[in-house]
Design a protein around this ligand. Structure first.
Ligand code: MG
Ligand code: MG
Length: 255
């Protein structure tokens, strides 16, 4: 069921989204060569705690997962696409890191992700990251009243494919509200003019994921969480929580 949020609820979600933006900024700030992924989690956790916010990630236990998620951020490095668990891995020169973070404030959820490099960046990683961001901007621009979910999906997919990148099969965005994952699903590729019509008050997590080789195949690692590219090529992820409003899309997880 798709829930329509009141303007007051959207304001409350904006407050949650601001905390997410701050937590992501803190995680990025903490990232450097030699730093452990758990340090990124600790930095984000301090922001959530300081804001009095909870984490929709911590202890999240979907049916398919062998264990509850143990952290407040997902850290996905290089060939990891999404859902990486922050562990004792120490970041190396040239690593491509995606950090995904959520916050719950007054019962409302925000969800966003960024990707960046540590140390000396490979030019091909810069391009992968900037294309994911461009795809996110295109998806957001299409999240307007009168459009349909397929228009958002199409806008994202077109940017990714035009750059020659793959789009992981079976992953995409979603509605957000009182819970992290609500209807509708927001695919990262689709047909314009199809699907659910967008209405004022819908809130969507729009989240392109790109695979550098152009392949779409992934697998889940032995930890039961981390999604990796099948061919070992690198991946990038960018996400914002966006409200569809009569005045246009409003990015609730902007800084
Ligand atoms: Mg997310
Ligand atoms: Mg999400």
């Amino acid at each position: 069921m798709v829930t329509i949020k009141t303007d007051e609820s959207i304001e409350a979600m904006r407050a949650a989204g601001r905390v997410v933006a701050q937590a992501l900024a803190a995680a990025r700030e903490a990232a450097a060569v030699g730093v452990e992924l758990t340090d990124l989690d600790r930095a984000a956790r301090a922001v959530l705690d300081g804001a009095g916010a909870g984490s929709p990630f911590l202890d999240y236990h979907p049916q398919w997962a062998p264990v509850p998620f143990p952290a407040v951020v997902c850290t996905s490095v290089n060939d990891a696409v999404v859902h990486g668990i922050p562990d004792g891995y120490r970041l190396r020169d040239g690593d491509l890191v995606s950090v995904d973070c959520g916050a719950v404030l007054d019962g409302w959820v925000g969800d966003a992700a960024i990707s960046f490099t540590v140390g000396r960046a490979r030019p091909e990683d810069r391009r992968l990251i900037s294309t994911a961001e461009e795809a996110l901007r295109a998806g957001i621009a299409a999240a307007v009243v009168g459009n349909r979910i397929g228009d958002v999906a199409h806008a994202i997919g077109r940017v990714c494919r035009a750059a020659g990148y793959g789009i992981p099969d079976g992953f995409g965005g979603h509605g957000v509200g009182r819970s992290m994952h609500e209807d509708p699903t927001v695919p990262n590729e689709g047909r314009a003019g199809r699907g659910l019509p967008l209405r004022h008050g819908m809130v969507l997590a729009i989240e392109p994921m790109l695979i550098s080789s152009g392949a779409d195949d992934t697998y889940t690692a032995q930890d039961g969480w981390t999604v990796r590219t099948l061919d070992g090529s690198r991946a990038s992820h960018a996400e914002h929580t966006v409200a569809v409003t009569a005045d246009g899309p409003r990015v609730l997880t902007a800084p």
